[in-house]
Structures are given as C-alpha cells and as structure tokens.
Design a protein around this ligand. Structure first.
Ligand SMILES: NC(=O)c1ccc[n+]([C@@H]2O[C@H](COP(=O)([O-])OP(=O)(O)OC[C@H]3O[C@@H](n4cnc5c(N)ncnc54)[C@H](OP(=O)(O)O)[C@@H]3O)[C@@H](O)[C@H]2O)c1
Length: 268
C-alpha cells in the first residue's frame, strides 16, 4: 500500500468511518476529520483497538482558515499526507420551492468548498514532495439529474468539475486524482443528517443496480486510490446510465420523470 498517512474527511460516520477503518486495518496512519468530536474520537479508538493507528482532529471544514491551521499542525507534528480522501458531504434533497437560499449555500459548502479547503490546505506540501493523491467521493448526481434534489445535484457537479480539473492540472506535479462515484450506500447516517431527503430517492432495480454497504464502498475507495485509478463507478451499471443520458438526454429524462412520478404515487 502506497498510502501510509491518510487524511479522511467525514470520518465520524458512514462511508468515511468505514474507509478510515479499512485503511487503519491495512496499516495506514489515518487522520480523521469531521465536526462531531465524540464520534470522531470513538472511531479513532475503534481503529486503535483493532491494532491500527488513528488520530482524530475535530474541525468544521467550511472554515478555510481553520483547515489551513490544521494542515500546518499536521505537517509539523505528523508529516505530509500521502492521500487526501474528500468524503465529507451533506445537502438536503428538496423541491425548488422548499429550498431556501441558506440550504443552497450549505449544499455548496459541503461537499464542494470543504473539499476545496482541504485540498488547498494540504496540496502545497504534497506538490513539493511530488507524490501522493487526492480522492473525491461523489454520487451519480455528478452525471445525471432527477427531480427534487436540485441543490444537491448542483453541488455534486461542482465537486466532480473540481476533481476533473485537478486531474489535468496536477498531472505534471506527480499527484494523482481519483474520482469515485458511488450509487446508493445503505446503513450510513446520510438520510438522518439531511431530513426530508430520503422520500425523493428513486428506487433502482436491485438486480441490475444493487445497493452497496459502507464497507463495500470503503473497499471500492481503497482499491481505486491504491490502484491510482482515475475514475471509479460502483456499481458499474451506472456507467451505462451515464452513457444513455449523454446520448439520449430527452428519453432518459422522461424515463426518470416517470420513475419519480410513480415513487410519489407509491408514497401517498
Ligand atoms: N449514502 C449514500 O448513498 C451515498 C452515495 C453516494 C455518495 N455519497 C457521498 O458520500 C459521502 C459520505 O456520505 P455518508 O452516506 O457516509 O453520509 P454521513 O453518514 O452523513 O457522513 C457525512 C460525513 O460528513 C461530515 N461532515 C458534514 N459536514 C461537515 C463539515 N461542515 N465539516 C466536517 N465534516 C462534515 C459528517 O461529520 P460531522 O457531522 O461529524 O461533521 C459525516 O462524517 C457524502 O459526500 C455523500 O454525498 C453517499
């Protein structure tokens, strides 16, 4: 494993917690970032109990100066990370008319600005070292759209655009950038953290597109990053949907509207 020192954002729950445990079990020193100190220390403790090395750094990633100060502290006390995993995410799925400007701003704050702040703060030392990588976790929203989640979808496009731009910009520096697109991941706290969202989730055929567990998602992220892959989509049939959407946007949109209408009728 190339990544010995790994920063993971959103490590206090869900996919980030599972990824931190996966890297911890594989022998990396994992640096856990999120706001909820109690949960973060709990995850670090669990990793250490299992024989790994983990350090928790409670922080709100929306504050660029706080993130910059934390990056300087980590550089000074521990070292330059080999890998950044930008996983922290939030954002409610709401119809436009129920979305406040504050909700729209929050959706951009995390994941996009949080990922920017972390990348901006750690990149100078990583570039100077000319090694390591940056991972971005996103959802199919980066490449498709459905009703009643417009600010969530807009924020995921910002994140994917940032990641794709860095793939080309950072190539000459020796850093790699991995973009991981995950379908529905069960057993995380995303719907609890973002109330009113789950009812706008469209069901997919579980035979064609199965849900992932957080542990499966963590393995996808680990394999993708350690294999220095550029672009991972899991489960893979989402690639077919992205292609159909690009080739036949009207037909795909009308099919998605039909599924959304049926979901609304079933929910009544
Ligand atoms: N669950 C899915 O089906 C799914 C599918 C595809 C992609 N994703 C993406 O995967 C990522 C993780 O999702 P999840 O399902 O694991 O959700 P989750 O359990 O709600 O985890 C979100 C994480 O982000 C952290 N976070 C939120 N705002 C933050 C802030 N301002 N500063 C620091 N940390 C912050 C949270 O920690 P604190 O509250 O402690 O700060 C938490 O650890 C998200 O980006 C999500 O969009 C999820």
């Amino acid at each position: 494993m190339a990544s010995k020192l790994v920063v993971i954002t959103g490590a206090s729950s869900g996919i980030g917690e599972a990824t931190a445990k996966h890297y911890g079990a594989a022998g990396a020193h994992v640096l856990l970032l999120a706001r909820n100190a109690e949960r973060l220390y709990g995850v670090a403790h669990a990793i250490r109990e299992a024989g790994g090395t983990a350090t928790a750094f409670p922080v709100d990633l929306v504050g660029s100066e706080a993130v910059k100060a934390l990056a300087a502290r980590i550089e000074g006390e521990i070292g330059t990370p080999d890998l950044l995993i930008n996983n922290a995410g939030a954002g409610r799925w709401l119809p436009l008319l129920k979305t406040s400007p504050d909700e729209a701003r929050t959706a951009i704050d995390v994941p996009y600005l949080a990922a920017f702040n972390v990348t901006w703060a750690f990149a100078p030392a990583m570039i100077a070292k000319r090694s390591g990588g940056i991972v971005f976790i996103t959802s199919p929203a980066s490449y498709m759209a459905w009703p009643n989640a417009s600010t969530y979808i807009a924020a995921r496009r910002a994140l994917a655009g940032f990641a794709e731009a860095l793939q080309t910009e950072l190539k000459p520096t020796g850093l790699f950038v991995t973009l991981v697109v995950l379908g529905n991941v069960t057993g995380t706290a995303y719907w609890e953290h973002n109330p009113g969202s789950r009812e706008h989730l469209l069901s997919t055929n579980p035979t064609l597109i199965p849900d992932l567990t957080a542990e499966q998602a963590a393995k996808v992220i680990f394999d993708g990053a350690e294999g220095r892959r550029r672009y991972i989509v899991a489960p893979w049939p989402y690639r077919v949907l992205f292609l159909l959407n690009a080739l036949f946007p009207n037909a795909t949109a009308s099919q998605i509207r039909r599924i959304a209408k049926k979901a609304r009728e079933d929910a009544r």
